[in-house]
Design a protein around this ligand. Structure first.
Ligand SMILES: Cc1cc2nc3c(=O)[nH]c(=O)nc-3n(C[C@H](O)[C@H](O)[C@H](O)COP(=O)(O)OP(=O)(O)OC[C@H]3O[C@@H](n4cnc5c(N)ncnc54)[C@H](O)[C@@H]3O)c2cc1C
Length: 322
């Protein structure tokens, strides 16, 4: 039966009432459609979406969430790697804004290396634009990834030979019960392909200290422009999606395996394997989460039976599974 997971159960309802004393009404959105907050433009309602604008608010909200009697909660960044079930999410989605949407140079040690502090809510595009403007190189690879700094650190996002781990010096994090703030050096972030310690320890990214090198702004801008052109030429940027649907398997590329299996254009309802880039499942209009899952299941099973390689989803599945 298709029950509305987004409808708050009694525990979530009590938690929402508690959060009302911390967060003003315009940033506590009850029954919020997740299709409005995900790049796939898909997903039922969350019981509530709460936007925290500073560390104090976030700590208070997390304390309420972690001491609640059974209500679920989770972080959402820019929603560009999310597939939320059609029946929604029965708990609290926490998003960062306000003070977290910031970027500034922190120190310049005189040898051409500059450290920049980027807040978790700052988009990679805006962070990269700041670097270009200030003549700082190292982050060009991330300029076209439509995520936030928080989501990119969580995922160790990467493209065109670069990954967040290459530029992160340390990360400021809050424990998931709001009790403590810690700053972990990059060596303790356990970064690997699309993974970091943030997931394992259920931590919240507050900001990241990034290490860049001085360079000519015009040259940086030219590299950003070149990567954007390459992205536009190869990826279905005009359709809603969550980027690469599956992780790169050991010893291969998901897109190549999907293409070789003849699956470009395979569709269920409004969801389709992109004709332009087999690694992307796109929403051609009105796709449901179930449509996307059905495409993913068929792709996974077909690739497995042809190659013996089991593709693993890169997109985060919320309230649903393959
Ligand atoms: C068109 C397109 C192209 C893409 N290209 C690339 C690419 O080239 N390379 C790449 O790596 N990815 C790519 N992606 C995927 C996506 O943009 C990245 O994974 C990105 O890092 C996700 O960031 P986000 O802010 O949207 O995170 P979300 O999708 O909102 O969240 C991702 C995960 O991070 C967690 N999270 C978010 N913020 C925080 C926080 N502050 N603290 C703790 N946890 C948090 C969430 O709970 C979730 O588990 C692409 C997506 C699209 C739509």
């Amino acid at each position: 039966m298709n029950h509305d997971r987004g409808q708050a159960g009694p525990a979530a309802q009590r938690l929402i009432e508690d959060i009302r004393s911390i967060i003003p009404a315009e940033r506590l959105l009850e029954g919020e459609p997740m299709s409005k907050h995900t790049s796939f433009r898909i997903g039922g309602n969350a019981a509530a979406l709460v936007i925290c604008s500073n560390e104090e608010e976030l700590a208070q909200v997390l304390k309420k969430c972690s001491s609640s009697d059974g209500a679920e909660y989770m972080m959402i960044g820019n929603g560009s790697n999310f597939l939320v079930s059609d029946s929604g999410y029965p708990g609290i989605m926490i998003r960062l804004g306000g003070d977290f949407d910031s970027v500034s140079a922190e120190s310049d040690n005189g040898d051409g290396t500059v450290y920049v502090r980027a807040g978790a809510a700052k988009l990679l595009s805006g962070t990269s634009a700041f670097m270009t403007e200030h003549g700082l190189t190292g982050m060009e690879f991330a300029s076209g990834i439509p995520g936030s700094v928080g989501g990119a650190v969580f995922m160790n996002a990467g493209a065109y030979g670069g990954e967040m781990k290459d530029i992160v010096t340390s990360v400021r994090l809050m424990k998931s019960d709001g009790s403590e703030i810690i700053e972990l050096p990059a060596e303790e972030m356990d970064f690997s392909y699309r993974h970091s310690v943030v997931e394992d320890r259920g931590l919240i990214v507050l900001s990241a200290l990034l290490r860049l090198t001085e360079d000519e702004p015009a040259e940086i801008a030219a590299r950003v422009h070149d990567l954007q052109n390459r992205r536009n030429a190869k990826q279905p940027v005009n359709y809603p999606s969550a980027g690469s649907t599956f992780k790169r398997p050991v010893g291969g590329f998901a897109a190549a395996l999907i293409d070789e299996a003849g699956l470009k254009g395979y569709r269920c309802g409004g969801a389709m394997v992109s004709e332009k880039h087999a690694g992307f499942v796109i929403n051609t209009g009105g796709a449901t989460a179930e449509d996307v899952l059905n495409v993913m299941r068929h792709v996974r099973d077909t690739v497995y039976s042809r190659s013996g390689i089991m593709l693993e989803p890169e997109v985060r599945l919320i309230g649903c599974e393959l």
